[in-house]
Design a protein around this ligand. Sequence first.
Ligand code: CAA
Length: 249
Amino acid sequence: MTTTQRIAVVTGGTGGLGEAVCRRLADDSFSVVAMHSPENLQVAAWLETQQILGYRFTAVEVDVSRFDACVAAVESIHKQHGPVSVLVNNAGITRDAGFRKMTPQAWDSVLRTNLDSMFNMSKQVIEDMLSLGWGRIINISSVNGQRGAFGQANYAASKAGIHGFTKSLALEFASKHITVNTISPGYLRTRMVEKVPPNVLQERILPEIPVGRLGEPAEVAELVAYLASERAAFVTGANLAINGGQHMY
Ligand code: CAA
């Protein structure tokens, strides 16, 4: 099968990391579907900007925290494009607060969006991959799922859960030429990290990063492209850290 026929779906595809991933996969001749949340009202403008830059993406709305919404959204992708070869489960949110201030809503929305989404989306594409006899599922976790983070009990729990999911799917589908991997990025130059209070970022987080800077989304997208390629056929069930040395294990 040639890469020109392959469909890649990226959740959270219009965000900082998602956009870089969409572009990098398009550079590798994937036909890319960028999924975005219903709250995102800037999609038309985003698509236009990408087109000016030479990228032609399809955008599809989905609330990844809801199974029924994922069923409907991926049905529309099947109708328009056909079976999905690559799924990048990238959509994620933060609702940071110290544990004493963390509300049940903040816990629930982060767990539903960051962790339930893995199940909700992977279920929609696994039969495609089995029928194609080839597939890649790439789950975006976080350095904070590996080490925990002050004010992120919800986020760290959701991101730690992702790798258990990855390992189980990797075992179940390894013999079918479907690989399933986790990437755990550190702090990247994205809107999500821009929400961290500037003093916390400067005084507590940046000094922890030996490389001395935030990561670039394109640096993580490079790793996604590798995992999505033929070259990575022997990599499955891995959790690949890309964090500037902030956490080594
Ligand atoms: N480490 C240790 N102590 C910390 C701390 C930290 N990172 N952050 C805050 N504290 C301390 C404060 O110094 C303060 O101590 P005192 O009471 O002794 O003065 C106490 O905790 C309370 O601090 P705040 O008044 O700031 O508490 P808050 O409830 O208003 O805010 C917070 C706490 C929400 C955790 C805020 O500090 C914050 O937003 N921190 C950043 C969290 C973070 O790293 N988020 C990552 C987002 S990006 C991402 O998640 C992407 C990815 O995958 C990496």
